[in-house]
Write a protein that binds this ligand. Structure first.
Ligand code: SF4
Length: 170
């Protein structure tokens, strides 16, 4: 209330005066949707596009997307690149170390379905969705930074629409 009283422009614009009502659920979802901290899981060429998205030209940070090096501080894993069978248990372990609610983006053909290694490789996982639950798939070889950003905005929207009861262990 005190803050709104100091902002006459906003108090005039709010119907019914200077009181804003909302639900705790909406505030929680809004906060998380607008500050998704991601764990970078870049294993191959798609990771170059992910790094490029975080650099100054595309400026991922303006969406509230901040890179963290620890799964304990991350809301989201962006898996970008070829996932080998040796790497798969590490991916699952990092996912398990993240706090709920947690999300996964599969970036690029390799993470989605094995990419160019689908037919001939004995060492590459043919899709990460049987290792961790995937929320957003971003196809491409590699996807452009614009595609990654659009995928993140879709995830943001998905988080804003979900209910607290959806926060169950996956
Ligand atoms: S999808 Fe293409 S660009 Fe991405 S890691 Fe696989 S081969 Fe590389």
């Amino acid at each position: 209330m005190g803050l709104i009283k100091k902002l006459p422009y906003y108090s005039e614009k709010i119907p019914g005066g200077a009181i804003v009502t909302t639900s705790l659920e909406s505030v929680l979802h809004f906060a998380q949707a607008k500050s998704l901290w991601y764990l970078l899981f870049g294993t191959a060429c798609c990771a170059i596009e992910l790094m490029c998205t975080g650099a100054s030209r595309y400026d991922f940070d303006r969406l509230g997307m901040i890179f963290r090096a620890s799964p304990r501080q991350s809301d989201l894993i962006i898996a970008a690149g070829t996932i080998t069978k040796k790497m798969a248990p590490r991916l699952r372990k990092l996912y398990d170390q993240m706090a709920e609610p947690r999300y996964v983006i599969a970036m690029g053909g390799c993470t989605i379905k094995g990419g160019p290694f689908y037919y001939d490789s004995y060492a590459v996982e043919k899709g990460i969705d049987h290792i961790v639950p995937v929320d957003i798939y971003i196809p491409g070889c590699p996807p452009r930074p614009e595609s990654l950003m659009e995928g993140c905005l879709h995830l943001s929207e998905k988080i804003r629409r979900q209910k607290l009861s959806d926060w169950q262990e996956k």
